[in-house]
Design a protein around this ligand. Sequence first.
Ligand code: BGC
Length: 743
Amino acid sequence: MKKAIFPFILAAAATSGAVASTPVYLDPKAPLEDRVEDALSRMTLDEKVAMCHAQSKFSSPGVPRLGIPEVWMSDGPHGVRAEINWNDWGHAQWTNDSVTAFPALTALAATWNPAMSALYGKNVGEEARYREKDVLLGPGVNIYRTPLNGRNFEYMGEDPYLASVMVVPYVQELQKNGVAACVKHFALNNQEQWRGNVNANVSDRALYEIYLPAFKAAVQEGGAWSIMGAYNKIWNQHCCHNKRLLEDILRGEWGFDGVVITDWGGAHDTREAALNGLDIEMGSFTNGLTSESEFTYDDYYLGRAFRDLILSGEIPESVADDKARRILRLIFRTAMNTDKPFGSLHSPEHYAAAKAIGDESIVLLKNSGILPLDPAAGKKILVVGDNATRRLTDGGGSSELKVKDYVSPLDAMREVFGAGNVDYARGYAAGRPMYGREEEIPAAVQDSLRAEAVAKAAEADVVVFVGGLNKNHFQDCEGGDRLHYELPFGQDAVIEALMQANPNLVVANITGNAYAMPWADKVPAIMHVSYLGTMGGASMADAISGAVNPSGKMPYSIPVSLADCGAHSFGVNAYPGVESEEGDVLFGVCAPQEQYSEDILVGYRWHDTKKIPARYAFGHGLSYTTFAYGKPVLSAKEMTADGSLTVTVPVTNTGTREGAEVVQMYVGDDKASVLRPRKELKGFEKIVLAPGETRDVSFTITPEMLAFFDEATHAWRSEPGAFTLFIGGASDSTPAVAKFKLK
Ligand code: BGC
């Protein structure tokens, strides 16, 4: 290092006599690619290599000599995470980094409203910009394959079409702030157990039809500037340097011009990382120090070892050039973007956006008429449950948030119904965050909490139970899957006991996942609420009082039991996989092999096709009003392979108050040469209707909507014949049916 300094200074001194004009790369008006090439032409090999790996937990270097700034990243995706220490995972204890927590992405998906995605991207982007982040590590679009996945709450549900439609406006609006989206985790990171090295064996058809479309939409329609490789393997190769995934599909088929960033610690091999399309390596297992220690950032796979392979001629320098080009492009789009706005932090607009998204996300699963509860009635309400007071923005892993404000359901219930009318009992203890195990709570503690709640319930007019999962390890939390489908902490027993004491029971559970509801037929009302962040309690209380008319629809199915779910119907081979002797050892386990045996039949595709009804189906969600579907009208009875047709269906609000309905259109192929799901979502629209109002909703059917992915030809193909359109308010409720022929 010292040796190099003198020639470098002397060379610079020799040219310093002339007054140079502004270099192209510093000219914000110059075309992006010209700036990239100009900057690249000025960089040394060491500078190019330095850009390809971290310099701290959440940043990578720029080119200090040229005034090209560092890249600063932050989790993601539900708000901007608190500052983390330079070299370890500790919180940096800044006092200016508290934020707005937005609803979990699974809640966003439950709105079925792309306008809410746009609002989300804009607002979270403003916070990221204010916090001076260049890359927000999100959104996540891994498909909901099993209710046990500890990170389902960070994703957009089980359907590729829904996730695709919802992810695009998030990415577009976020990036208008000069902050890159980093769409994650590419691909098949559908479980947390063994996530570091489980090898997912999936057919091309399931990959292209189910697991890739949302990533593709984020890249091609959303224009995402970066993407995060997943921890797991596909085709026995880690996703962060997976040739087929990154080179062939992402870059080759989709034309991605952005940056591939590893998940933290997701790189495992220098040659693969260099040659298979990885650009920035983050979070590898060094002690995180820079250059003085034995094990440094230069020791990353894309550090010194990468440079040495180039110097020895084994890898051409053009490989480093390609990575540097992509990273420069990212920097010009973000850190060096002189047009970007300034952003803002926990503004009233951000709270209003979080509230609006939360309001639209709440799913009313069941209501025998007990809801809404009228605040004017002055009823004595007992709120029971740990989640009524627990701050659910803490924990959960990398999506944790340090919030400036948090409205709990209990506080909001007191605000809406009057403090004197709302009493509280905890009902059960829900443990502290513990790594590696569930906290065991003595039975005597649970018994006495339950007894207290039951005694109070008998005195109340109405009981509102606010339980569910929480963000502790083995719940809705990164780094581990749930250990069982049932509600934890003895909540089923509490719900049964409350029901006996007072049948006016509303269950309003907060969870990012489906769970067993053995009491579903007995309780009069069930609300499904996700983690709604800062304003979550307010959204809940408003939905309970009726100030907000629920309009959320399930973005995933709620099976009666785990055995009813596709991924769990094939034993441990299909989930969580079986350990094998093959492969490397990470986190103490030999590379497990997992078969995606349910193939394309994920979620409702499984329930429908196998005729195993879910307890609550994908797309289900009630309102305080009712809707009726009229007869669908087709623009033609036949369609050619390059044509299209439209279907129009009148939808009427048949109740007495205004409400929103998500009109869903599914397509089924009546007869095919391959197995096809009974029906698949291909269109939806959320409409607001006044009482008595009727609106015509139209969908255009295009040939792509009819196609399946043909593995033999590696192309989408549709077969002539009859197709059925199923239109309605849920995947299991499609009263408007129409048929047409594809010629
Ligand atoms: C998670 C990513 C996250 C990263 C940085 C990883 O463990 O899987 O989603 O962005 O950490 O915190």
